[in-house]
Design a protein around this ligand. Structure first.
Ligand code: ADP
Ligand code: MG
Length: 462
């Protein structure tokens, strides 16, 4: 059996078990191997393993067999590697609602429009009414509101930036919904920078750049999401710059988002960056406890409308708001899983169940140690200066601590060997691997090293 077969079986499972069950229980499973007619899978937590074994092993087995896999048993085990990768996934999960495909625009084809407008579908849930405002996002929210009121152009362009899952896309959709409602005559277009690029490339290929330009210049409000995507892609940036200028000169509103401030986007065309600076640049800060709690409460309310008998023990929401990271998408993923659970077994969501059910997400949020901290603490522990640790010196009293820091970076962060190599003054990834292995070996041989490793780990994780 191959990963492809598993992919196929997952597709079938989605149909049999339904979307909710699928995202809560089947999605976290990864296929490992088939041995002695047993299919082995990895699961991120014991809890998921037990649940899946009890409730889904028959249906999984059945689908495997119908896909032609020669098995008569399935087994689920918790695996450390799967855990790490799952923790990584949960940061971006759940996958944002349907991939923004260009909306069908058959009506446009009848009109004399030179090209279909490449707009993306808007998520109906991304409205101002559903956006919870707190200290970290109040400025961005106020600016978005103002722009959505239309009227005399106030902030142009509006640039929203911030980390993943902090609500940039949500706010842009909210502006679009609002404008479409209050001023339906305006041509409001929302699309990702990626789509902008694909449209442009297609126009180049079809030698149709003139109508590409005309199409874009006929827009009243243009929103381009995740502009970092085109940074460094030169001909696309060039075209974007011209579109941008043309619209600004016509007094049309532009709203752009990115993952960093324009000045920090190294590969972004300077002219674009300085144009962006002329408008209003606002950032969405990482969420704080109050905002997370507000968002959780709002989502629970919404869920209660569908399931009036939903019961949640006191303190559970506060616990999640405390312990789950600042990314709202991760917060939503946690709730989805809890709701699915409560829905399935029809019981109150208790603290115990929450801890068990979300243990992988909680663990992933716990681990926020950075390589900088590791290097700093390691130097303090061994009384070294950072410049020594980074130096090429092979002296044992420097090389060992350096290897220790490499080892800790590998164990305590999700950084790859090449990334760690770059952090350690551009060392090769094989050097890092050697260092990591050396410490692993010494930990079992040398109690002093083992003690150092343990002490540092505890200090860093505290
Ligand atoms: P970004 O585009 O910044 O990566 P998104 O706008 O896609 O983030 O937000 C991620 C998820 O979190 C979305 O489902 C969004 O609805 C939700 N979200 C983010 N911020 C808020 C908020 N302040 N109130 C309610 N939901 C939010
Ligand atoms: Mg986004």
């Amino acid at each position: 059996m191959t990963q492809d077969t598993w992919g196929q079986v997952r597709g079938e499972l989605l149909k049999s078990v339904g979307k909710n069950n699928f995202s809560a229980w089947i999605e976290p499973i990864t296929f490992n191997t088939v041995q002695n007619r047993t299919a082995h899978f990895n699961v991120p937590t014991n809890f998921i393993g037990t649940w899946v074994t009890q409730h889904f092993s028959d249906v999984i087995l059945r689908h495997l067999i119908s896909a032609g896999v020669d098995v008569d048993r399935v087994q689920f085990a918790v695996n450390a590697a799967a855990l790490a990768s799952n923790a990584g996934n949960s940061n971006s999960a759940p996958t944002p609602t349907p991939a923004p495909a260009p909306a069908p625009q058959s009506r446009k084809a009848v009109q004399a429009a030179p090209q279909d407008l490449p707009e993306s579908a808007l998520n109906p849930a991304h409205t101002f009414a559903n956006f919870v405002v707190g200290k970290p996002n109040e400025l961005a929210h106020a600016a978005a509101r103002r722009v959505a009121e239309g009227g005399a152009v106030s902030f142009n362009p509006l640039f929203l930036y911030g980390g993943v899952g902090l609500g940039k896309t949500h706010l842009m959709h909210a502006i679009a919904w609002e404008l479409r409602q209050s001023q339906p005559q305006l041509k409001v277009i929302y699309l990702s920078a990626e789509q902008f690029m694909y449209r442009f490339i297609r126009a180049l290929r079809d030698q149709d750049t003139i109508s590409f330009k005309e199409t874009f210049r006929s827009i009243d409000v243009l929103m381009v999401d995740d502009v970092q995507f085109i940074a460094g892609k030169n001909s696309t940036q060039e075209e974007f710059f011209h579109t941008f200028n043309a619209l600004i000169e016509l007094g049309k509103q532009i709203i752009i988002s990115g993952d960093r401030a324009p000045v920090d986007m190294e590969e972004l065309d300077n002219r674009i960056a300085s144009r962006l600076q002329c408008g209003l640049v606002v950032d969405l800060h990482p969420t704080d406890y109050e905002l997370r709690l507000g968002i959780l409460q709002q989502k629970v309310e919404a869920q209660r409308e569908r399931h009036p008998d939903l019961k949640i023990a006191p303190g559970v929401m506060e616990f999640i708001a405390h312990r789950v990271s600042s990314n709202v998408r991760v917060l939503e993923g946690a709730l989805t899983r809890l709701f699915a659970f409560a829905d399935l077994i029809g019981c109150e969501i208790t603290m115990d169940m929450t801890q068990e059910c979300l243990s992988d997400i909680l663990r992933a949020s716990d681990r926020k140690v950075t390589m900088e901290e590791i290097i700093k603490k390691t130097c303090e522990h061994y009384h070294l200066r950072q410049t020594d640790l980074m130096s090429p010196s092979r002296a044992r009293n420097i090389a060992r601590p350096r290897q220790m820091a490499m080892y800790l970076c590998k164990k305590l962060t999700t950084r790859s060997l090449p990334e760690i190599g770059r952090k350690f003054g551009g060392r090769d990834h094989t050097t890092i691997l050697h260092g990591v292995r050396k410490i692993e070996e010494l930990i079992s041989l040398d109690s002093q090293i083992a003690e150092d490793a343990e002490l540092l780990r505890r200090m860093l994780e505290a």
